[in-house]
Design a protein around this ligand. Structure first.
Ligand SMILES: [Zn+2]
Length: 257
């Protein structure tokens, strides 16, 4: 293992920064606003341990009234790169409305994190899809936290945010706003608002480091909902939200076509 991580759709890459801060080496495939089109990105197989990225999510967001197919196309590009590189693991970030997806040859864990579980200022619900190569030795499983949402003073930061740039940067964990001096205020807000909050990416890098690189695993049974969290005692679900999610999924399966 080489602790090399490929970051896709990296933007200002607070996602990658969380891994850098946990002693990973992160390389970026660039981004659209830097002139890099992911459709032209042809990486060699097996050069890195991990692939991370939050593909554009506008069309999956419930706030969007004019969804187009772009987000789906970009999600498929993420899957294409993972399929070509065949990393040991991958981690995809997106909004709650992102469709469930699988990648051939990977065991999948889909779980939610909310920024408010780390920082009570703002809520930002995000879905993470973690994949681990089926034919790799050992079974690695993340055991991410799950909490109820505390009351917050601000909803998720977006690029149209009324907050000041300074407040936005603080919530997202961007401490290099000064380096973005060539961006307009709107541009700064866009790239900061699109980023994965640093406190979340650091947490994810930490639990990946523990599970895969330090082989610290939590013994126990897996939650039935597919989030992969470890359940306590004889419980079938890690949290009441997992139980709701599992029963919704069961209902879907029972619906006659
Ligand atoms: Zn669960």
């Amino acid at each position: 293992m080489n602790r090399l991580v490929l970051s896709l759709f990296s933007g200002i890459d607070l996602f990658g920064k969380g891994f850098v801060n946990n002693n990973f080496c992160v390389v970026s495939a660039g981004d659209k606003f830097l002139g890099s089109d992911i459709r032209d990105f042809k990486p060699p197989q097996g050069f890195c341990d991990g692939v991370i990225g939050g593909s554009p999510c506008q069309d999956f967001s419930r706030l969007n009234r004019n969804p187009k197919d772009y987000s789906l196309e970009m999600l498929n590009q993420f899957i294409r790169v993972v399929t070509n590189v065949k990393p040991l693991w991958f981690l995809h970030e997106n909004v709650v409305g992102v469709p469930e997806f699988v990648v051939d040859g990977y065991r999948i864990q889909r779980f939610e994190l909310d920024l408010s579980w780390f920082n009570p200022i703002a809520s930002r619900r995000r879905i993470f899809t973690f994949g681990f190569k089926c034919d790799a030795p050992g079974e690695y499983l993340l055991n991410p936290i799950i909490k109820n949402n505390p009351p917050t003073t601000h909803r998720a930061v977006t690029c149209q945010d009324s907050l000041s740039l300074k407040e936005m940067a603080q919530i997202q964990g961007c401490d290099f706003v000064g380096e973005l001096e060539h961006f307009s205020v709107k541009g700064k807000k866009t790239v900061i608002g699109n980023a994965v909050p640093l406190v979340m990416s650091q947490y994810l890098a930490e639990i990946i480091d523990l599970a895969i690189y330090q082989s610290v695993t939590t013994p126990g049974e897996k939650c039935n909902c597919g989030c992969g969290r470890i359940v306590k005692g004889k419980a079938k679900h890690a949290h009441q939200n997992c139980r709701k999610k599992a029963s919704r999924a069961a209902l879907k399966c029972d619906t006659p076509v």
